[in-house]
Design a binder for this molecule. Structure first.
Ligand code: OFO
Length: 171
C-alpha cells in the first residue's frame, strides 16, 4: 500500500509519460515528413523510452498493490514553424516532467515513503540525462543545422541511435 496522494501522483505520471511518448512520436513523424529521417529515428527511440517509463511506474504501482487507472492521453498540438521547434519543445517538456517527478518525490518524502523515493531516484537521474540530451541537441542544431552539408551529417549521426531498454528492472 502506498500513501493515497503518492499513489494518485504516480498514476497521473503514467499518463504524462505516455503523453511524452505521443509527443515524441509526433516530432518523429514531422521529421520523417521533412526528409530528416535521422531526427525522426532519434525521436522515435525517445518515444520508446517514454513508454518504458510509463510501464516501470505501472509495474511499481502493481508491485505495491495499487490500482492503476488509465486515463485519456491528449493528442500533441504543436505547430512546426521550423526544424528547431521540436528541439526547443522537447527541452521545455523535459523540464516539465522533471518538475512533476520532483513533486512526487516531495510528496513521498513528506509521508516518509522511502520506498518510493528510492524508486524515483532512477527517474531523477534519468531526467537529468534527458534534459542534457535536449540541450545538446539544440546546441548541435544551432551549430550545424542551418547549412545543408552539416545538417546532412547531423541527421546521419542521429540516425545511428539505437534503442536500449531501461537500466532499471522491476520484477
Ligand atoms: Fe520519461 O523521461 Fe523524460 O520525459
Amino acid at each position: 500500500m502506498l500513501n493515497e496522494n503518492v499513489s494518485k501522483l504516480l498514476n497521473e505520471q503514467i499518463n504524462k509519460e505516455l503523453f511524452s511518448a505521443y509527443l515524441y512520436l509526433d516530432f518523429s513523424n514531422y521529421y520523417y515528413d521533412e526528409g530528416l529521417d535521422g531526427f525522426g529515428n532519434w525521436f522515435k527511440i525517445q518515444a520508446q523510452e517514454e513508454r518504458d517509463h510509463a510501464m516501470l511506474i505501472l509495474q511499481y504501482m502493481q508491485n505495491n498493490g495499487e490500482k492503476v487507472k488509465l486515463t485519456q492521453i491528449a493528442g500533441p498540438d504543436i505547430s512546426y514553424a521550423d526544424h528547431k521547434i521540436p528541439l526547443t519543445e522537447a527541452l521545455k517538456h523535459e523540464q516539465f516532467i522533471t518538475a512533476s517527478i520532483h513533486d512526487i518525490y516531495d510528496e513521498a518524502l513528506k509521508t516518509k515513503d522511502y520506498r518510493t523515493t528510492q524508486f524515483l531516484d532512477w527517474f531523477v537521474q534519468e531526467q537529468g540525462e534527458e534534459e542534457k540530451n535536449s540541450e545538446d541537441l539544440i546546441k548541435k542544431y544551432e551549430l550545424f543545422g542551418t547549412e545543408a552539408k552539416s545538417l546532412y551529417m547531423l541527421n546521419s549521426e542521429l540516425g545511428a541511435r539505437t534503442y536500449a531498454p531501461p537500466s532499471l528492472v522491476l520484477d
